[in-house]
Design a protein around this ligand. Structure first.
Ligand code: ADP
Ligand code: MG
Ligand code: MG
Length: 875
């Protein structure tokens, strides 16, 4: 039997979304539960895929099947294409699995021609309606199927409206409509070089081809990438009998939500336009009535609709977003789908629906987009003010929130001025030295760099808003001003940036603080009671740690010790250590760092109140701590009593061509064991001190980064253990501690069985693991990845969502190998992926014990972990 490509609405159901697209599956479902849906059929997404396989052609057997289903539909509705008595008009509607605004627009009234229009006019006695439908069809077909400029058609209509002195199409007469049809046909012939197609079947096939073709248009490709929709899915095409909202004043068309999508309030919310068709409501050509006004003008129709809306909610167990048409008092449903909503509304709807007994907690949780929670945790711009403001540029929405303040171009200037009022840090890009400025600013704006650039990662970690990669931005750091096109903003002048949209504004937009409502706590409570995956945080300071605990973190999965060394009062000792000529000097410098580092750890242990804390030994290449400008080098040399040439020489000798694959991570203590000794001592002493002082049962987890070989790990781990034991003996303490490693080099994953002999835990550092598995530098990939999306080689950024196929295979392998050697090995992930929902789902499925992410992503991870458990229950 040959493959089936076309389905009547009565043959489908809501579970066939992959095959029929979202719109088609829901039309089928509504048909089968007895809702008033105009009949029709769906051409499947597989037909679209096939269209591309066949070189952008519709195969003859598929065309034949379409016509076979057309005949079935004609029999069902008792109307026929081009018929003299009862002509059938249809809409042709695209519909992918996920709703995609970038796709082809719908064509209405297809099947109409001169004869059909005359028949419709004669049979109904409504000439205006017949030719209104006709002119709409010519314009939509020309625009949507043929790609001609819609404005050329609209110009004709505008001219007519002006001539008649009417403001909207509602004021035009039957004769006007007829004149418009004639002029549209002439225009079409000018544009196409041939007459407007009169054969409904020719019209239909052209429309179907246009829908398939629109799957690969630029808008659609861009939308798919932003929303993680694979290009292999294809779109379905729905062919549906027309019902008419444009037959008079007992007719109309509307869109409505079953609950308020902004607040979640349980009340119909929507708009309705009398004597109108299709897109008129959203196109804004006339001012629509609210759905409440429909109640006043047509109570019967309103009641029908309200009842349908309730039933659909009950059926789908979710808030619905619906399209409907009223034809001469009778209601028809044209679309339903689960409604998009604000984060606030999502929480309220979830809590209300569980209370109303409409769904279970599990079902309610699955309706919440974990990423949307982000919006609840950051200050927002005042909605009304934002609407009025006009962006001057747009960058990447790198870290959510609203930032408004005086602009400064160095971290130092930001720090200086932050005391006097809100500031924004504006830089070409940021580096670790900018940390304090970033923390002091209300927001960070950069000209280059992607969503995983330093600025973006750090900003998300701090919960600061960030717009990165704003290409239009030019910074004149020395002259202290910036330009965007011909707009100039001087240092100290106020700008606003929106980390949710990437928009950049000149001037101040008022902000409002995030409110965490009661629903939020209720829903997170459900998530926590369900999930099996633990959620920790990446935090380097007591402040971040405390903040993460407030957001539900159960421990720290990554404390980066290097950030602590960038502080102005510490970096001299750090530099002294690096520039030391021998072990004694190095040890002396390290001795200065010891109390500072111990203090840091004490602060973190206290903030975590006995929750687990993983501390990573020094990781970055040493030259990151050293100055680059000659005058800074000179100052440093003077300070340390060394010659300029010596210091400069050392700095040059530390230069690496490929620092990310250079002298860093556990390679540092392999050459300089003293560093690991100092850090271990600081950790163990801090743990013992805080345990004694506060009584917390602390078991520090000491993590060795960048391991690639068992013997290498063993060497460093021996230093750590010897030091820890010595400190314990000095302090007569029986403190327990763990020594583990990061798995972030492919060789470590491949030899995880060996590594697990020494490591008591693994933490997958998926930033480096992704970088090294792909061989892409994270800092440079931004320059070529866009071509990969354009050419459909990648659907999304592997630094944002874990690459489950490749990197994921390494993780899975390392989990199995590690557990084979050490069944109770503790496993987690600390890369940026740890707070990304699809990656959290992956971590759940491969059986990790926890994910660790930046503090503000903790609630997202908790939610994603609960959803993962609901979808794939794990013991
Ligand atoms: P979109 O996905 O852009 O909303 P739709 O295919 O849903 O596109 O249709 C656009 C508009 O046309 C909607 O208002 C819809 O209700 C209306 N429409 C679609 N098909 C029909 C039909 N068969 N009869 C009447 N109106 C229709
Ligand atoms: Mg629609
Ligand atoms: Mg790393």
């Amino acid at each position: 039997m040959s493959k089936k490509y076309v389905y009547l609405f009565s043959e489908g159901n809501a579970n066939m979304r992959e095959l029929l697209g979202g719109k088609g599956a829901n039309l089928a479902e509504m048909t089968n539960i007895g809702m008033p849906v105009p009949q029709g059929f769906t051409i499947s997404t597989e037909a679209c895929t096939r269209y591309y396989e066949d070189g952008e052609k519709i195969a003859p057997e598929i065309e034949a099947e379409i016509f076979e289903y057309l005949a079935k539909m004609e029999a069902l509705v008792g109307k026929k294409f081009g018929d003299k008595e009862n002509p059938l008009l249809v809409s042709v509607r695209s519909g992918a699995r996920a709703s995609m605004p970038g796709m082809m627009d719908t064509i209405l009234n297809l099947g109409i021609n001169d004869d059909v229009a005359a028949t419709l006019a004669a049979k109904s006695g409504n000439v205006r309606w017949a030719y209104d439908s006709y002119r709409r069809f010519i314009m939509m077909f020309s625009d949507v199927a043929m790609g001609y400029d819609r404005l050329k058609f609209e110009a004709i209509m505008d001219e007519l409206k002006e001539k008649r002195g009417v403001a909207t199409d509602a004021g035009l007469t039957a004769e006007d409509m007829q004149e418009m049809v004639e002029r549209f046909k002439v225009l079409y012939k000018e544009l196409a070089g041939v007459e407007f197609p009169t054969d409904p079947k020719v019209q239909l096939m052209a429309a179907v081809r246009a829908v398939f073709g629109s799957w690969m248009n630029e808008r659609a490709i861009a939308y798919r990438r932003m929303n993680d929709i694979p290009s292999s899915w294809g779109t379905a095409v729905n062919v549906q009998m027309m019902v008419f909202g444009n037959m008079g004043d007992d007719c109309g068309t509307g869109v409505a939500f079953s609950r308020d999508p902004a607040t979640g309030e349980n009340k119909l919310y929507g708009e309705f336009l009398m004597n109108a068709q299709g897109e008129d409501v959203v196109a804004g050509i006339r001012t629509p009535q609210t759905i409440d006004q429909l109640h006043e003008t047509n109570a019967a129709a309103y009641d029908q609709f309200a009842a349908v809306a309730k039933n659909l909610e009950k059926h789908y167990k979710d808030m619905q977003d619906m399209e409907f048409t009223i034809e001469q008092g009778k209601l028809y449903m044209l679309q339903t789908r689960n409604g998009k909503r604000t984060a606030q509304a999502a929480l309220k709807v979830a809590v209300d629906m569980v209370n109303e007994g409409l769904c279970t907690k599990e079902e309610a949780l699955l309706k919440i987009d974990p990423n949307s929670i982000n919006a609840l945790l950051h200050p927002r711009f005042d909605e009304a003010a934002l609407k009025k403001a006009k962006p001057v540029a747009t960058g990447l929405a790198a870290s959510p929130g609203a930032g408004c303040g005086a602009v400064y171009f160095t971290a130092e200037d930001v720090k200086k001025h932050a005391k006097n009022g809100p500031t924004l840090l504006v830089r070409s890009f940021t580096s670790p030295e900018d940390i304090e400025g970033m923390a002091a600013a209300k927001g960070i704006l950069t000209a280059t760099g992607g969503r995983t650039s330093h600025a973006a990662v750090v900003a998300r970690g701090m919960g600061a808003c960030c717009v990165a990669g704003c290409g239009a931005l030019r910074i004149h750091e020395d002259e202290k001003y910036l330009t965007i096109g011909d707009i100039r903003v001087n240092e100290g002048e106020v700008m606003s940036i929106d980390g949710n949209t990437g928009n950049v504004y000149v001037g101040a937009i008022p902000t409002v603080d995030a409110t965490i409502s009661g629903d939020f706590a209720v829903v997170m409570g459900w998530a926590d009671s369900i999930r099996k995956l633990h959620v920790r945080t990446n935090a380097d300071t007591p402040r971040d740690a405390a903040n993460a605990v407030r957001l539900g973190a159960e421990g720290i999965g990554l404390t980066r010790t290097e950030h602590m060394f960038f502080d102005a009062d510490r970096i001299p000792a750090m530099r002294e250590m690096i520039l030391s000529t021998d072990v004694e000097h190095r040890a002396a410098a390290l001795a200065k760092l010891l109390p500072m580092q111990r203090g840091d750890f004490e602060g973190i242990f206290k903030a975590m109140e006995g929750r687990p804390v993983t501390i990573r030994l020094l990781d970055p290449p040493l030259h990151e701590f050293l100055p680059t400008a000659d005058e800074d080098i000179k100052a440093l040399a003077d300070e340390m009593g060394l010659t300029f040439d010596y210091v400069k020489g050392t700095i040059l000798s530390l230069h690496e061509n490929n620092p990310m694959m250079g002298f860093r991570g556990c390679r540092l203590p392999v050459k300089y064991p003293e560093i690991a000794e100092m850090q271990t001592r600081a950790i163990i002493e801090a743990a013992i001190n805080v345990k004694n002082e506060c009584g917390y049962d602390i078991v520090p987890e000491i993590m060795i980064p960048l391991t690639c070989e068992f013997k290498e790990l063993k060497y460093v781990s021996n230093i750590v253990k010897a030091t820890a034991e010595a400190v314990k003996a000095e302090k007569s303490s029986d403190l327990k501690y763990l020594v583990g490693t990061m798995i972030e080099i492919p060789r470590a994953a491949l030899t995880a069985d060996e590594i697990a002999k020494e490591a008591e835990f693994f933490s997958f550092g998926t930033n480096d693991l992704t970088q090294m598995t792909f061989g892409f530098s994270r800092d440079d990939a931004g320059s070529f990845l866009p071509s990969y999306y354009e050419k459909q080689i990648f659907d999304n950024d592997p630094f944002e969502r874990i690459d489950q196929v490749g990197v994921g295979k390494l993780v899975d392998m390392a989990v199995k190998l590690g557990r084979a050697t050490r069944p109770d090995i503790h496993l987690g992930i600390c890369g940026e992926h740890g707070g990304e929902p699809s990656s959290v789902d992956f971590c759940h499925r491969v059986g990790l014990d926890y994910v660790s992410c930046s503090p503000f992503r903790v609630p997202i991870a908790r939610m994603a972990a609960a959803q993962a458990q609901i979808k794939n229950p794990r013991a």
